[in-house]
Design a protein around this ligand. Structure first.
Ligand code: ZN
Length: 502
């Protein structure tokens, strides 16, 4: 049985999601989590594009041991050299180089002829192969490329040394039958087809990214490019968890193996959501909060009698434990650590201590602590460690009878000093944010603000997302707390701290 490889591009294509702007340390956390999840390749970034991208590819290359680390390059010598420099210390480095092959891109973007593109492929893929043991070539906009020409380009790339060939649906244009047929066509018309691993890369503009990826696998693709939670350019990429669980659950149909550690799916999803500030909708396939709840009486009755009547995925398979009431006020440190382990988290002693303190604080005010709470607490905690600024204390004077509300905040700066400010506003959030603004003293504008309850009930944790603009760039901060105002302050301080750091 063939094994399908997972090439994760959360840190490259996913990071191109509008509004997403990850710190270097956040990228490292995600990379470590992806290694735990067992993806085959981590696309760490696009080194030539910025100093920050270069540095994060260097840092990820240094810490990842069991997964291939790829860097993206246009089919240009300087781009390829930058990937070489950035991935030098990786245990398994990969060059991922691309050039557009469709008429529309050749004419309007590259202003190159088909012959010129062909010459570049021959020369520069060979150049890359001299530097890297592992070279992936992508024909950008492949699904709108003339098929015959695409087959010639692919054959030339394999002969020049590419061992992985990616056929991206760059603009989310294709459909499953057509995309499947394209792989079939290449299998029949590329003489060296068997000398390379063929790969799919799908975008979700028409909502078919996952279906298209599966069609590619049915027709010989052995690598799937995807992102956690399906984040990415525009409508996003194929969601890793959806492709993975489709292949796993319907092994009888797809007839292939996957090497992922599926118990890490839920924690990976939660971490990426928290660090990118992109909330997961409750009905999102595989990782949404509702996917294992049954509302209809007949369904509830069925699941109680035999879970497989209405559940096709065992929750624990992806790191969701079945009982929602898991821990309470009297749970000890050991039970707590054991449960975190069951959820898929390996914590060091320091993390265990910090998290246990937060957990105990929460049990004082919240009766039922669910897995969703624990996932949220943990990602909040990991975020906190990385935060240069933190909310120390806040005080609000709110009186609905008055037109003006008052707020006082104390914020700890990176040197450990406590800075205090107060302000007034027509609403409590306005007063609070104005006070925080005084401390940061940078030009910024609040663009978006939203609150989501992590779980159900009046004592649920609140997750606040604040999006600000500073110097034309977007920064997102997320804060979690039982108190909405505190979560709001944390989210805003987080976003401003990021803005101030650049
Ligand atoms: Zn893409």
């Amino acid at each position: 049985m063939a094994t399908v490889q997972f090439f994760d591009t959360t840190l490259r294509d996913g990071e191109q999601t509008p509004g997403v702007n990850l710190y270097n340390t956040e990228k490292l956390q995600i990379a470590k989590q992806l290694e735990k999840l067992g993806v085959d390749v981590i696309e760490a970034g696009f080194p030539i594009t910025s100093e920050g991208d270069f540095k994060s590819v260097v840092d990820i290359s240094a810490i990842i041991k069991n997964t291939t680390v790829a860097g993206l390059a246009r089919l240009k010598q300087a781009d390829i050299d930058a990937v070489y420099e950035a991935t030098k210390n990786a245990v398994h480095p990969r060059l991922h180089t691309f050039i557009a092959t469709s008429d529309i891109h050749l004419k309007h973007k590259l202003k190159m002829s088909k012959e010129q593109v062909m010459e570049s492929v021959k020369y520069l893929v060979a150049y890359g192969r001299n530097l890297f043991p592992d070279v992936e070539f992508s024909a950008e906009d492949a699904t709108r490329t003339d098929k015959e020409y695409l087959a010639q380009i692919v054959e030339a790339a394999i002969r020049a040394g590419a061992n992985v060939i990616n056929i991206p649906d760059t603009v989310g244009f294709t459909n499953p039958v057509e995309y499947g047929n394209l792989f079939k066509y290449l299998r029949e018309n590329v003489p060296s087809f068997d000398k390379a691993v063929f790969s799919c890369h799908c975008h979700d503009d028409l909502g078919m990214a996952v279906a298209n990826s599966l069609a590619a696998v049915e027709n010989g693709a052995l690598q799937v490019e995807s992102t956690i939670n399906g984040i990415g350019e525009r409508a996003g990429n194929a969601a890793l968890e959806e492709v993975a669980l489709a292949l796993y659950t319907r092994k009888d149909y797809y007839n292939c193996e996957i090497g992922l550690n599926l118990s890490q799916i839920k924690s990976s999803s939660q971490l990426v959501s928290q660090l990118t500030g992109l909330a997961i909708s409750k009905n999102k396939s595989i990782v949404g909060a509702n996917v294992f709840s049954h509302e209809a009486g007949i369904h509830q009755d069925g699941v109680l009698k035999e879970p497989t009547t209405y559940e096709i995925i065992v929750p624990s398979l992806i790191g969701v434990t079945s009982n929602s009431l898991v821990l309470g006020k009297h749970s000890g440190r050991h039970a707590f650590a054991q449960h975190m382990k069951e959820l898929g988290y390996e914590l060091d002693d320091q993390q265990k201590d910090n998290l246990f303190i937060e957990f105990k604080k929460l049990t004082d005010t919240k009766k039922e602590i669910t897995d969703e709470d624990l996932h949220a607490l943990l990602s909040e905690q990991t975020v906190k460690i990385e935060l240069p600024y933190d909310v120390d204390r806040m005080q609000l004077e709110v009186d609905s009878a008055k037109a003006i509300q008052k707020a006082t905040v104390k914020i700890k700066n990176p040197n450990g000093e406590i800075l205090e400010a107060n302000a007034e506003g027509s609403g409590s959030i306005e007063a609070l944010y104005k006070a925080i603004d005084k401390i940061f003293n940078i030009e910024s504008r609040l663009k978006d603000y939203s609150i989501q309850a992590v779980t159900n009930g009046p004592d649920a944790l609140a997750q606040v997302r604040a999006e600000i603009e500073h110097n034309g760039k977007i920064f997102i901060g997320v804060g979690i707390s039982q108190d909405v105002m505190e979560a709001s302050a944390r989210a805003y301080v987080y976003a401003l701290g990021k803005a101030k750091a650049v």
